[in-house]
Design a protein around this ligand. Structure first.
Ligand code: CA
Length: 506
């Protein structure tokens, strides 16, 4: 690419003019804990929700069916997207004690330096202030769902309304007021549908008290699995709090909002108390409450996507704007009896990724290659005609967006999760993922267990084949591949103690 730019110089073009005509805009719509099972284009068997606007992005662009994360948790995924590097290289391992080093190179900084207008609006969650953005307005920490305080370029402001709608309003407002002489990068980052899953008032009761189809593994007994899996603390049976169940007030609402809220939840909570449910019936009630709330939050995110697409249409910007919708990881919607994320298992490992860019992506494309959040930075840099730093650890998705698959595209991906023991008691683990298999090692603090998952023979991931003699050769091959990947990404040293969070390992 550098050679191309130099050639343009050599031909007597102004670099500014030549590149400006072609350089695409980027709208990166990013949700928090949004999972493929909640998006209709992904074809979830339970048909939990219709998401017409996210589906539209896929229909007019490309759906990636296996976009995987490298460390399934919020802050680390954001740091990986910005830097194009794994946690051990960008220094952001967990949500507990890490602070993003904003002095390191990031793709927004590079786009900004190359003449892009850059903005981030919504959830940031990296503790330090954003760098590389002409404009930023962020939620402090996790943010809240109603009437959120925000930090606008260092100024504390408080807004009234539902946070997903506010982030959308602010994003469209920035687009309207932007410097129209420049291409732009806009990162619209929602809090939703993160815990505590508080839907907009207009979506309360949206499902008409539907009883949702259950995942096959709602009552997984984890037989034959590692202690690491059995010892989780993310079960609908054991972990679901009063706030999760909406027996406690969600923060931030004013009296008027609260009235509408209570009119929905009040009678239903009362009926629940009278029913005095226990055991499986209690889990089932929680599952249905969780689905109403989580999917209700997703409805507002989907509407936000629709509003952004409509704006691009009205402004004539659609043709040369890449619209990406993605999330920092997937999420369990009752599979294995869980909510939350963190595990190398498919529901939390796989994250949604749909992309529309009419000038480049063939409508209705579907890609099943292994791609990852670690690829995003390089993709955006290549789109903008910028060189890719050698120390970035992903690979540009540009050839895939153009409908080709390079012969040497990755056949495996390296994964490493750290945060333990709180919250949710998911032990640190690393592993290798291929199209069919996952080999994972749980290595701290009181065990050293391996599991082998075979998605072909056990798509629900309820068994480990690690000790099955029929898989001995597979285990050997995957161990070699895991070692190769650890060398390749430079993750061979013992992680620092702080990588696991700010509580000592038990
Ligand atoms: Ca998240």
């Amino acid at each position: 690419m550098v050679a191309v730019l130099l050639a343009l110089w050599g031909d007597g073009f102004s670099l500014g003019q030549a590149a400006e005509a072609a350089r695409p805009n980027i709208i990166f719509i990013f949700a928090d804990d949004l999972t493929c099972q909640a998006i209709s284009t992904y074809g979830e068997r339970r048909q939990l929700l219709q998401t017409p606007h996210i589906d539209r992005v896929a229909r007019e662009g490309m759906r990636f069916d296996r976009c995987l994360v490298t460390n399934s948790i919020c802050g680390p995924s954001r740091a990986t997207i910005l830097t194009g590097k794994y946690s051990h290289r960008n220094g952001f391992y967990n949500n507990s004690n890490c602070r993003f080093d904003g002095s390191q190179p990031t793709f927004p900084k590079m786009l900004q330096a190359a003449g892009y207008s850059t903005a981030i609006i919504g959830k940031w969650h990296l503790i330090s202030e954003p760098t590389g953005f002409d404009h930023w307005q962020i939620l402090p920490g996790q943010g809240i769902y109603y009437n959120p305080p925000m930090n606008r370029m260092g100024e504390q402001v408080k807004l009234t309304g539902y946070t997903t709608d506010i982030i959308t309003d602010l994003s469209i407002d920035w687009l309207q007021k932007r410097d129209k002489s420049k291409p732009f990068l806009l990162m619209t980052q929602h809090k939703a549908p993160h815990r505590e899953w508080a839907p907009a008032l207009r979506h309360l009761g949206w499902d008409h008290d539907r009883q949702y189809p259950e995942p096959e593994t709602l009552f997984d007994d984890f037989a034959g699995r590692s202690k690491a899996v059995r010892d989780h603390d993310m079960g609908l049976d054991r972990t679901f709090t009063d706030l999760d169940a909406k027996f406690q007030k969600v923060p931030g609402m004013n009296d008027e909002q609260r009235k509408t809220w209570d009119a929905y939840y009040g009678p239903r909570n009362e009926a629940f108390r009278k029913a005095n449910l226990t055991g499986k019936e209690l889990v089932r009630w929680r599952y249905n409450r969780y689905m109403h709330d989580y999917l209700g939050c997703v409805k507002a995110v989907d509407e936000s996507v629709g509003r952004m697409l409509d704006f691009l249409d009205r402004e004539g910007l659609a043709e040369n704007t890449l619209v990406v919708v993605s999330s920092d990881q997937g999420f369990f919607l009752g599979e294995h009896g869980w909510f939350d994320k963190r595990w190398i298992f498919e529901e939390s490992l796989r994250t949604p990724l749909v992309a529309r860019w009419p000038s480049t992506i063939k409508p209705g494309s579907v890609n099943s290659q292994i791609v990852s959040l670690v690829d995003f930075a390089e993709t955006f840099l290549e789109m903008a005609g910028l060189p890719i730093p050698n120390d970035m650890q992903g690979r540009s998705l540009m050839p895939l967006l153009k409908g080709t698959v390079p012969a040497d595209w990755r056949k495996s991906l390296y994964y490493h999760y750290y945060e333990y023991p709180v919250p949710h008691h998911v032990r640190p683990h690393y592993g290798v993922i291929t199209d069919r298999f996952k080999l994972v090692r749980y290595y701290k603090p009181d065990l050293d267990d391996w599991e082998l998952l075979d998605r072909q023979h056990d798509p629900l991931e309820t068994r480990s084949f690690y000790n099955d003699p029929a898989y001995a050769q597979t285990v050997q091959e995957l161990k070699a591949e895991l070692e190769r990947l650890r060398q390749q990404v430079g993750d061979t040293a013992e992680p620092p103690k702080s990588a696991y969070g700010d509580r000592p390992l038990e």
